[in-house]
Design a protein around this ligand. Structure first.
Ligand code: URA
Length: 433
């Protein structure tokens, strides 16, 4: 088989066979196809799309490219959760403990941030001492003992995705529903959970900007999950502004702690409840209405936060950062972004907001870059707020960057003020199950 023929076929809008897709993934994983040829195929896929059959084949081939975790030693239904990537999205830090409090074993595999979106592992590792690298036996033991472990992707889990994702990131080929579905689902299938809840982000900070595109992605993931024996429920959530008020690694841990105490911002609280209800429902823990009440209780009676502390300490982290969370806030340098005129906060280009946080050191431009755990943004206001000229919209902070000029300029471009109050959409836009 010649790889060039696959490129030409897809460029012409034709369907690749199962054998061709298997060849692509096996040969690329074995370093037998150069990145420039794979980039060309990825670009052709972005323009021509893939049928559901091709997407399913790609997913399964990628899932088979490495280890398949066997979690059968953990009793109960193992439920995982994954987001398609957003800004200020600290939901996994909150939902994991909430659901684990109901006795659901949560064996979670998470990623690092890339581009403008943040990653759960970077947030967790901003807690001093915490590690997210596990031997499989330790991971299983922790899920059995604590009901909750959050681990990073190992080199052996869906390695084809690891290579492809890095290549997509630098070749402008992330935004393809087929490639996103295959990337996420291949990891979830390989990670061994029985059921998964997907948070499909939709809006200016997400890879899928329109509701139609997000619905399509959710449906594709649902269908492929079924084919692979993985039960999938998807919620589509609004990503037209950062989730909550804080963007940046330690800042997001702080906001997660607040939310775990029942004092989180409304949008974050609501989304976490909806996702946690869905996970507990999939774990056969009862009716959605009853679960919602039980999960609210876990936030208010201290159990959810205690579970988070237990997990963090089990993974070597310093739990005092969660019991005295003010330690998570300081940074060496700060600046304020002020309303340039009076009016309503009408819209945000949330991708630019994520990039502004990255400019302060909260994200990496390349995989090998380090992270400033203290860097990020604290928003005083959400969309729809009525502001006077000079009111602070957000505070910027960093310990690694003293020149706030580029990030302030980015925020200026990202934020639209106007005379009319904007029409606001709810946090949950749709569900697919
Ligand atoms: N998250 C992933 O793991 N892969 C994608 O392609 C997009 C978001």
């Amino acid at each position: 088989m010649r790889f060039l023929d696959l490129i030409l076929k897809k460029k012409a809008g034709q369907e690749l066979t199962t054998a061709e897709i298997n060849y692509f993934i096996q040969a690329y994983s074995a370093d037998a196809i150069p990145d420039y040829q794979v980039s060309a195929l990825l670009m052709a896929i972005c323009f021509q799309g893939m049928t559901d059959r091709e997407t399913a084949d790609l997913t399964l081939a990628m899932a088979r490219s490495g280890d398949h975790l066997d979690l059968s030693a953990i009793p109960g239904i193992k439920v995982d959760k994954h987001s398609t990537g957003g800004v200020g999205d600290k939901t996994s830090l909150i939902i994991g403990p909430m659901v684990a409090c109901l006795g659901v074993p949560v064996a979670k595999m998470s990623g690092r941030g890339l581009g403008h979106t943040g990653g759960t592992i970077d947030k967790l590792e901003s807690i001093p001492g915490l590690t997210s690298s596990f031997a499989l036996t330790d991971f299983i033991r922790q899920v059995k003992d604590v009901h909750l472990a959050i681990a990073g992707q190992t080199a052996h889990l869906a390695p084809a995705d690891k290579k492809l994702y890095a290549l997509r990131d630098v070749t402008g080929t992330v935004q393809s529903p087929a490639l996103i579905a295959a990337s996420i689902l291949s990891k979830k299938i390989a990670a061994g959970a029985d059921k998964v809840v997907f948070d499909v982000k939709c809006g200016s900070g997400a890879f899928m900007e329109t509701l139609e595109d997000a619905q399509h992605l959710g449906r594709v993931m649902y269908a492929i999950g079924q084919e692979a024996g993985l039960v999938v429920h998807a919620l589509i959530s609004n990503m037209n502004q950062p989730l909550g008020h804080m963007v940046g690694n330690r800042l997001e841990v702080y906001e997660a702690v607040q939310t775990l105490q029942g004092q989180g911002p409304e949008d974050l609280h609501e989304l976490c409840l909806a996702l946690a209800v869905e996970m507990a429902f999939l774990a056969d823990k009862g009716r959605r209405e009853d679960l919602r009440a039980q999960l609210e209780d876990k936030l208010h009676n201290g159990q959810a936060l205690a579970k988070f502390v237990e997990m963090v300490e089990a993974q070597g982290g310093d739990g005092s950062y969660l019991t005295q969370p003010d330690q998570l806030l300081p940074a060496s340098y700060t600046a304020d972004f002020l309303a340039p005129e009076a009016g309503y906060l009408q819209a945000m280009n949330c991708q630019l907001v994520g990039e502004a946080s990255g400019l302060l050191g909260a994200g990496r431009a390349r995989l090998e870059d380090g992270i400033d755990p203290t860097a990020g943004l604290i928003f005083d206001h959400k969309l729809g707020a009525k502001l006077a000229k000079g009111d602070r919209i957000c505070r910027l902070q960093s310990s690694s960057v003293q020149d706030f000029g580029p990030a302030l300029a980015q925020l200026e471009t990202a934020i639209t003020m106007g005379d009319q109050a904007p029409k606001l959409s709810p946090i949950i836009l749709d569900h697919i199950y």
